[in-house]
Structure formats: C-alpha cells, structure tokens
Write a protein that binds this ligand. Structure first.
Ligand SMILES: *[C@@H]1O[C@H](CO)[C@@H](O)[C@H](O)[C@H]1NC(C)=O
Ligand SMILES: *[C@@H]1O[C@H](CO)[C@@H](O)[C@H](O)[C@H]1NC(C)=O
Length: 356
C-alpha cells in the first residue's frame, strides 16, 4: 500500500513536469516572433479600422491601381486585415518603419507587381507622415521616392526578367545567363526582387526574339525552364555579391491572377469582375501556380539568406482585390492580375514590416 502511494506520487510528479513543459512550449510558440511562426497561413478578417490609408491621402497612386478614382463602387475589399493563424501581425506603423530605416535605401526590382508593392509602400509611408517633405523622380528605369527628413529612399527598378534583354544584330536576345542590370542594385540596403508574369508572354507583347542559354541561341524554349534558369543566374548573383551583414534580400513571391472561377468553386465566373469578398478560410480550392514550386526549389539552393515573402496563398484568397474594369484601360480591359490600392499589397508590406 505504502509503495503504491509512493509510486503514484512520483508519477504525479513526472506528470506535473510534463504539463509544465507543455505549457512553456505553448507559450513559446505563441510569441509573435516572426522567425518562429508562419506569417503566411491565415485568413482575411473584416476590420473597419482598415485600410491603412485613405486614397485621398496618397496623391500619387497611379491610375492603374486607383480603383476608387476609376469608379469602383464597392469598398468592402479595403476593410480586410490579414490574420495569420499562428501569430499576431503588428499593424503597419509608418513612423516606426521610417525610424528603423532612417538613412537607408529600399529597392523593389521587377515587373508591374513590384510597382504595385512599391506604390503601396510609398502610400503607407507618406500617409504616416503627411507633413514630411518627399520627392518622386524617375531616372532611366528607376523611380525614386525619397522622404527627405528621414533620408529614406524607396525605389523601383523596372526589370521584368531580372536577367538581361540585349539588342543584337539578330534581334532582341533574352540572355538567361547574363545579369548586367544588377549594377543598379549595388549599395542598396534592402532589395525586394520579383519576376514571373512576363515569362509566359507571346506574340506582339513579348519583348525578345531569341533566348540565349549557355552558348546556345534558341527561338524559344519551355518557359518554366527559362524562368528557372534566370532564377539560378539571379541566385548566383546573390551568392557572389550580397554581404548579408549589410544588405537584406527578399523575394516578393508569385502574385496570382483570377481569370477562372472554377479555381474558387464558382465556375460561372470568367474573371474577377464584381467579386466583392475574399475566399473564406485558409486554403484556395485551385491550389498553387506551378511557378511557386520552381521558385522555392531555386531559393533552397542559394547559400546567402534570402527571405521569401510567400504571398501567393494569401493573395489567391483575394479574388475581390483586383482592379477588373476599374484599372488602366477601364471597361475595355479586364485586369485580374494587378491589385487595387489601398488593398492587398498593403498586407504584403505589413508582413514585410513584421519581418524587419
Ligand atoms: C519642406 O520643404 C520646404 C520647402 O523646401 C521647407 O521650407 C520646409 O522647412 C520643409 N519641411 C521639413 C519638415 O523639412
Ligand atoms: C479553369 O480551371 C478548370 C479547373 O482546373 C479547368 O478545367 C478549365 O480548363 C479552366 N478554364 C480555362 C478557361 O482555363
């Protein structure tokens, strides 16, 4: 009898320590440390305190993203906040961001989806300090937004493939192994890269005539393979040129389009027009675009630290976030690739703010 009581006591003691350990572990997991928790799995929640800025407080939103100004009648899409399941996302604080980045430069490099995120960040920052002077100039392919008081530069280098397109005697050559455009990236403190949407272009809007890979000149090739080759060239540039103690490197991730309602269980929808609410829940019925796996596999081979802003799934849920007929070309166009501002790219920048 005495021995049984004794055993039971030690087993209770063990059980007590087991519970204590479990409680400590759970507390550790709940912390909002962005390195510990997954910022990219979550759901969109209605929050009337969003958007983070009013369109009127951002005078330089380009027509392409200025959905309200272009006549979009519904505004519910601007009132959603991204809510990761595993951690709390801090609300974007422009002043805090500017203090952290004082004297530093940020450059987005990529296509119009980079421009979308760049514009969002300039709006977020300007609306946080509306009385602080700014300048906005374009030098060649680089747009430079400067908050002079903070000496913070937020730049955009328009470079749709990251690798080079060169005019030669035979025509325009897309060179998968050449990355001379990188000279514009030197000396920048934070680089946020992106490429994808232009890899599938064909016909009159394809800006090259030949592809060069290795020593070979080709008329065309598997576009996903070409994308992968270019990413490898870019990754080799990162490994050879980036000093991680000075420069933070991000990849923006694949921004998805919404032209096929079957992918969000609404087969009658041929585009994103008149979509007013996000897909509920945490997963997208149509799954991920194939480019995501290619991107992740190349990123895993890069030795220097590169942070992926893995925004694909959270953006897939936002079939309501595109300009549709309230974009650059109005009712004549149907833009389900870019994003209205204020809107989804503000959440990408809110995540960026939580990582840095
Ligand atoms: C903004 O610029 C104006 C004109 O150059 C100058 O008078 C003013 O002092 C500046 N404001 C700040 C806060 O630097
Ligand atoms: C839309 O997606 C469905 C499901 O993947 C596919 O079967 C269909 O062919 C797609 N439609 C178009 C027009 O691409």
């Amino acid at each position: 009898m005495g021995e049984r009581v004794q055993r039971c006591f030690s087993c209770r003691l063990l059980f007590f320590f087991f519970l204590l350990g479990l409680a400590l572990k759970v507390r550790g997991d709940e912390g909002s440390d962005s390195k510990q928790c997954d910022l990219f799995t979550g759901t969109w929640m209605m929050d009337e305190s969003y958007p983070l800025y009013q369109p009127a407080t951002c005078p330089f939103i380009e027509r392409e993203f200025r959905c309200l100004g272009n006549g979009r009648p519904d505004l519910i899409y601007t009132h959603y906040r991204w809510h990761p399941l595993a951690c709390n996302l801090l609300r974007f604080d422009g002043r805090d961001f500017l203090e952290k980045m004082r004297g530093k430069s940020i450059m987005f490099v990529g296509d119009s989806l980079s421009r979308n995120q760049w514009q969002s960040l300039t709006c977020l920052l300007h609306s946080a300090v509306p009385n602080s002077n700014y300048t906005l100039v374009r030098v060649g392919d680089v747009s430079i937004f400067t908050l002079t008081e903070y000496k913070v530069k937020v730049m955009l280098d328009r470079n749709v493939y990251l690798v080079d397109v060169v005019k030669e005697n035979i025509g325009r050559v897309l060179k998968l192994d050449s990355i001379e455009g990188s000279k514009l990236w030197r000396g920048v403190d934070m680089l946020i890269f992106n490429t994808w949407h232009w890899w599938s272009r064909r016909g009159p809007t394809q800006p090259w005539d030949y592809i060069q890979v290795g020593g070979k000149i080709l008329k065309d090739m598997d576009r996903m393979k070409a994308f992968e080759e270019a990413l490898r060239t870019w990754g080799a540039w990162v490994d050879a040129n980036v000093d991680p103690t000075k420069v933070k490197v991000f990849f923006q991730g694949i921004s998805p389009s919404h032209y096929n309602g079957s992918l969000w269980n609404e087969p009658s929808a041929r585009s994103c027009v008149r979509q007013k609410t996000p897909v509920a829940g945490t997963t997208y019925p149509g799954g991920l675009p194939a480019a995501v796996a290619v991107l992740k596999s190349v990123l895993s081979t890069i030795k220097k630290p590169v942070t992926l802003l893995d925004i694909t799934t959270l953006s897939l849920l936002r079939k309501d976030g595109h300009p549709s007929i309230y974009g650059l070309t109005g009712a004549a166009g149907m833009d389900c690739s870019h994003w209205c501002l204020p809107g989804v790219p503000d959440a990408w920048n809110e995540i960026l703010y939580n990582i840095i």
